[in-house]
Design a protein around this ligand. Structure first.
Ligand SMILES: *Cc1c(COP(=O)(O)O)cnc(C)c1O
Length: 373
């Protein structure tokens, strides 16, 4: 495959070896025969779904999970073999495609199964389903044993459908206090015992559950998202990590213009920043349309191994940094990642943006090409 040429120097560099190392380290935590479900939803948390899926499969993952039907089709177009699970809700209109493309869907309502059953066109096609149990997220899923049994009965009596799995998702696995987690786990266990027959894949753990609970709650498979990308789900989990996670996401650009300002000269829309003294200003071709949203004003970048602040309002396509001296056009600018001895982490951006690290690579938009090393 030819790699596409990009002319703007702004790019996200994805370290696939770091992702593989993370998957291999995570795999060591698993009991024998526990499968890894690599969660590559949202374009692999902004890292690039196809490249990440390939790296994860090579490193030991056996199943790919996405959030939406369209994401599943995109993955299936590149991977013939592996199981693909849609974690979110799918409309019944997707059922014929899922059956034909061997995409596993998540179910949680009997009416959905009743509407879906007649839509499986070919005798040979078998739609595999995982039941979602809402043990306390309040998002999607059955909320009682009775609902669960009704749903599993309907699936079992439908032609061309197979109950392939059952799963739940924990709301507080990344926190030290386990009381809410324990209640969720207890309800899920109750649901499992209520089922007359255990399906092929029982799964409950995300990254936080796996890292906090060790050998417990692994069942048949574990769903790894954030840890695969080398990020910790919370500061609590960061403190108890059994191995070091390796971040995979670097955001880089270059200076495209450098000029000297005199004291009092202003920068950017609204002229909100005035040079306190004569100083050098560099322009970087990245802005809020790339996901470098205006709230990142004041955030530092690394140039020549040193930190320098973004000054003035961030524009749609460009932003400006204060430089201690004149740098050449083409000087490398690291917005996220390591340069020299310093590093700007995704967690640093998350603090600045008053959000969680999950959100940061996701908001770097598709205009920023993902390149792989
Ligand atoms: C996104 C998601 C995951 C992955 O969670 P991480 O915290 O990133 O490991 C697992 N399970 C479900 C249902 C999800 O939606």
């Amino acid at each position: 495959m030819m790699t596409q040429q990009h002319f703007r120097p702004t790019k996200a560099i994805i370290d696939l070896q770091a992702i593989q190392q993370n998957v291999q380290n995570l795999k060591k935590l698993l009991r024998p025969n526990v499968q890894i479900i690599a969660v590559v939803k949202a374009n692999a948390y902004g890292h690039g779904d196809v490249a990440v899926a390939k790296a994860a499969l090579e490193a030991g993952a056996t199943i790919l999970a996405v959030a939406t039907p369209d994401e599943a089709l995109h993955i299936r177009a590149h991977f013939e073999e592996p199981d693909i699970l849609v974690l979110g809700a799918s409309p019944v209109s997707f059922v014929p495609f899922a059956a034909q493309k061997r995409i596993i869907l998540t179910v949680f309502a009997s009416e959905w199964v009743q509407q879906a059953a007649p839509l499986i066109a070919h005798e040979a096609d078998l739609l595999r389903l995982h039941i979602k149990v809402d043990s306390g997220m309040g998002r999607i899923g059955v909320r009682s044993e009775q609902e669960l049994l009704e749903l599993s009965n309907i699936i079992q009596t439908a032609n061309n459908m197979k109950l392939d799995g059952i799963f739940t998702h924990f709301a507080t696995a990344d926190e030290e206090d386990t009381s809410y987690f324990d209640r969720q786990a207890h309800f899920f266990e109750q649901c499992l015992s209520a089922l007359p027959e255990k399906p092929r894949l029982v799964h409950a753990s995300n990254t936080a559950t796996s890292l906090v609970k060790g050998a417990h709650f692994q069942y048949d498979a574990v769903r790894y998202g954030i840890s695969m990308y080398g990020l910790s789900p919370s500061s609590y989990v960061e403190g108890i990590l059994p191995f070091q996670l390796q971040p995979a996401f670097t955001l880089e650009s270059e200076l495209v213009h450098v000029k000297q300002l005199q004291a009092g000269d202003s920068i950017g829309y609204g002229a909100t920043y005035a040079a306190p003294s004569d100083l050098w200003i560099g322009t970087i071709p990245i802005g809020y349309a790339d996901g470098v949203i205006r709230k990142l004003g004041g955030q530092e970048v690394i140039i020549d191994g040193q930190r320098m602040p973004i000054v003035g309002r961030i524009c749609m396509d460009q932003c400006m940094v204060a430089l201690p001296k004149a740098y050449a056009i083409g000087e490398k600018v690291t917005l996220i990642g390591r340069q020299g001895k310093d590093v700007i982490s995704i967690d640093e951006w998350a603090v600045k943006l008053e959000t969680i690290n999950y959100e940061v690579p996701c908001i770097i938009t598709a205009r920023v090409p993902r390149v792989y090393v």
